[in-house]
Write a protein that binds this ligand. Sequence first.
Ligand code: NAD
Length: 268
Amino acid sequence: MIRIGIAGAAGRMGRVLIEAVASHPEARLGAALERPGAAAIGADAGVLAGLAPVGVAVADDLATVAEDFDVLVDFTAPAGTLDHARACAARGKAMVIGTTGFAAGQRAELDALTAGIPRCMASNFSTGVNLCFRLLEIAARIIGEDSDIEIYEAHHRHKVDAPSGTALSMGEVVAAALGRDLRQVAVHGREGQTGARSRTEIGFSSVRAGDIVGDHTVLFAADGERVEITHKASSRMAFARGAVRAAVWLAGRPPGHYDMQDVLGLRG
Ligand code: NAD
């Protein structure tokens, strides 16, 4: 049995992760963490997730529960994930990281902190999205040069970063397949006198509305035909199940930076 710690246990993802761990045959909940001062501190993690009590109280300091888990699954916020990475690196604990929205400097710091531990990080842990990454690579190679490429995504009103980490990952996959540098070719939103579109740019647009769990479309628009690759998540369980699968896969691996393509054996 792999003992899982969940950081951000009271969050939208955290609660679903608790449920996903409870239903995984090779995992059990070892620890649950929230930020100091959170209302959930001290609550039973099972009850927090709407399940029967599991005997794991939500803690506010990783040091106090470090002996209770093998892999920390972190879906919090960039500052929290950096704190947890520091604590896990000091103790040689593996991490699954789902948090998005890191600034470039924070991302570099995270990569350095986790260099010596097993880490699986993905902007999207769903199997379907990771399959889409492979489909996008193929589409970009075959029709990318002849197409205008646009990426649009929609998420619930509470999401704090845009475009989504998944949309950016999709852009990176497409740009890499076409030998382009996404930082040079990305165009975020358009307004006013934008001028004509260049063939090499990759456009991003975001909708924030209601309770949309996560929709992504990559459009390849050539002259006379269009291809759209779309993924729609209808439940956070799609991400949670993938993250728990990644945690079980990661336990006991050598230190290194892995992603969901590794977990699913999709690395081409
Ligand atoms: P949320 O705001 O509902 O939950 C985040 C939780 O983390 C909150 O309960 C908050 O109190 C807690 N937290 C914040 N800082 C903390 C800290 N320092 N220590 C401990 N706990 C802390 O957000 P959410 O919708 O659950 O999303 C969380 C993150 O996961 C976001 O970055 C989101 O973009 C990302 N996400 C990733 C995937 C994926 O598949 N990779 C899927 C969904 C969401």
